[in-house]
Design a protein around this ligand. Structure first.
Ligand SMILES: O=c1nc[nH]c2c1ncn2[C@H]1C[C@H](O)[C@@H](COP(=O)(O)OP(=O)(O)OP(=O)(O)O)O1
Ligand SMILES: [Mg+2]
Length: 197
């Protein structure tokens, strides 16, 4: 196997995959590279279902191995929201700033000790003629009181990582790629890599 498609329209994600998959000795192609602009409907109720839908749709279309990531922010004080709805939490137009504002507003009277959260990344690997493989990675954090930092994407500016005393958006990309939910999912994938391909 020498080429894998990343079934994502999110440039932030694709960039992280490109960087982290260097260790896997495989070339990475994105949906943008392939001129595939259709939205894939994420109709599942779990990260696992949505990751499988994305991976299998693209694998069936291009007849090639595919990795898809379905990910999001799970906040304890909000009973797990935004969860699978993270990308569209504040509306259909997928606006990171509006999504973060909504989360900060909903937590405005919640004390720091109760602002615990997890980033979750579920990867589905679909290969024509094989069963889809699923791996999951998480990263623990605390929702900050305001947006801080310029790096990364999505909810990174409001996700404070206690062990590093920084928000995810204050980390250099290389640092994020060592500790993130997506990095942790890829570590699990690495352990199974030779059995999958
Ligand atoms: O490392 C991350 N740092 C910050 N935010 C993150 C991260 N990882 C996921 N997230 C947020 C972004 C989006 O609000 C949602 C993912 O939604 P999700 O449907 O998986 O991705 P998406 O629609 O942006 O792109 P696509 O489905 O084409 O891969 O969680
Ligand atoms: Mg999506």
């Amino acid at each position: 196997m020498n080429e894998i498609i990343i079934a994502s329209h999110n440039e932030g994600k694709v960039k992280e995959f490109r960087s982290m998959l260097k260790q896997f000795d495989v070339s990475v192609v994105s949906l943008r590279d392939l001129d595939f602009h259709d939205e894939i409907e994420e109709t599942g109720s779990t990260f696992e279902e949505n990751a499988s839908i994305k991976a299998e749709t693209i694998s069936a279309h291009f007849h090639q191995p595919v990795i898809a990531d379905d990910s999001g922010l799970v906040i304890d004080a909000l009973d797990g929201r935004p969860g699978v709805f993270s990308a569209r939490y504040a509306g259909e137009d997928k606006n990171d700033d509006a999504n973060m504002d909504k989360v900060l507003y909903e937590l405005k009277s919640v004390h720091e000790s109760e602002r615990t959260a997890q980033f979750v990344s579920v990867l589905a690997i679909a290969i024509p003629g094989k069963e889809t493989t699923i791996v999951k990675g998480t990263c623990e954090g605390i929702i900050s009181q305001e947006k801080i930092g310029e790096h990364g994407f999505g909810y990174d500016p409001v996700f404070y990582v206690p062990s590093l005393k920084k928000t995810m958006a204050q980390l250099e990309p290389s640092q994020k790629n060592q500790i993130s939910h997506r990095a942790n999912a890829l570590k699990k994938l690495r352990e199974q890599w030779s059995e999958i391909f």
